[in-house]
Design a protein around this ligand. Structure first.
Ligand code: AHM
Ligand code: MG
Length: 319
């Protein structure tokens, strides 16, 4: 008999057994996210057909209004989570304010970026959904160390669900023939060192001198290759599997960097930490920062422990 593949649902149920006070509520929540992800994945797959089916804002052949994919993903997650009964409040990169569940139900607060890398949709480049789960708290702006779980769904050449609830990181690949995510990448460990750096180097002229020097040094070592997709979730996924460093640092036009603590930096830093890597703003662990607003931005470098350490050291050098 061949080994029976482990589905994401089975894995989540099994993992919840390790938490003494578990009530099943967390399992239900992750299962709702999994279901929403499958629906988003099927829409992402059809996104190249907009000319045939109707483009965003127009009507399709069935006479229905076609939504932009990121709007669709956001609305689906909002309604799925608020109706799940498990969620007290949600915060989305696409919303200006937190939204609370009616009747104050639910034990969890969920933050999400419904479709990260959305500028890549029209060119059929990988994009993803990122989520982060906290316990309910009167102050919704909790630092990333308080995350109960975090994960992402990558809509790439295959669809992957990667998550951690603080017991390591596991990755599941969607088998389209049966409609289930199957455990394909158990106990993901990021290599201690890597040979890839990932940064939008077009901003080189906007970087401060230390950062310019760091990049110049990487090139001079002649050991590194550059990879930059422009979807953080996809750049982090590659970094997680093959090692290296991903950076979205401050620059003269964006002194806080571009990426948002609640929706991108915290969940992906949590995942990479759980896989044995690390993250830094350059000076601080981002997971200890208390967000001051919904779109709190921070400079960030995430990746292999050794690469992140070298980056921090390079910023401490005097030129
Ligand atoms: P988005 O959430 O609106 O897609 O923006 C975030 C994305 C990240 O995924 C990516 O790393 C970054 O923006 C790319 O920015 P840039 O084009 O300035 O390099
Ligand atoms: Mg994003």
């Amino acid at each position: 008999m061949p080994d029976k593949p482990v589905t994401l649902t089975e894995f989540i149920i099994e993992e919840e057994r390790h938490f003494k006070q578990a009530t099943g509520s967390f399992t239900l929540l992750l299962t709702q996210i999994e279901n929403a992800a499958k629906i988003i994945a099927s829409h992402v797959k059809k996104s190249g057909l907009v000319d045939i089916l109707g483009s965003a804002g127009k009507t399709n052949t069935s006479g229905e209004q076609v939504q932009k994919l990121d709007v669709f993903a956001n609305e689906l997650l909002v309604s799925t989570l608020l109706e799940s009964g498990q969620v007290y409040a949600i915060m989305s990169e696409e919303l200006d304010e937190p939204v609370f569940s009616k009747k104050n139900r639910g034990h969890y607060v969920v933050c999400f970026d419904p479709l990260d890398g959305s500028s890549n949709i029209d060119s059929n480049v990988s994009i993803g959904t990122i989520f982060s789960i906290y316990h309910k708290n009167p102050d919704l702006f909790q630092p990333g160390i308080k995350q109960v779980a975090a994960g992402y769904i990558l809509y790439g050449s295959s669809v992957m669900f990667v998550y951690s609830c603080g017991r390591g990181v596991n990755g599941f690949t969607l088998d389209p023939s049966i409609g289930s995510f199957l455990l394909s990448h158990p106990k993901i460990k990021i290599p201690e060192k890597g040979d890839t750096y990932s940064i939008n180097e077009a901003y080189f002229h906007l970087f401060d001198q230390k950062l310019q020097q760091y990049i110049t040094d990487l090139k001079e070592k002649k050991e590194y290759k550059l990879r930059y997709i422009g979807s953080m979730v996809a750049d982090i996924h590659r970094t997680l599997l093959t090692g290296g460093i991903f950076l979205n640092p401050a620059n003269k036009k964006s002194p806080e960097g571009k990426l948002r603590l609640l929706f991108e930096v915290n969940p992906l830093s949590f995942i990479v930490n759980q896989a044995g890597g690390s993250a830094t703003t350059g000076y601080l662990d981002p997971l200890i920062i208390k967000p001051t607003q919904l779109i709190h931005r921070t400079p960030i470098a995430i990746g292999s422990r050794q690469e992140v350490k070298n980056y921090i050291l390079s910023l401490q050098r005097s030129l």
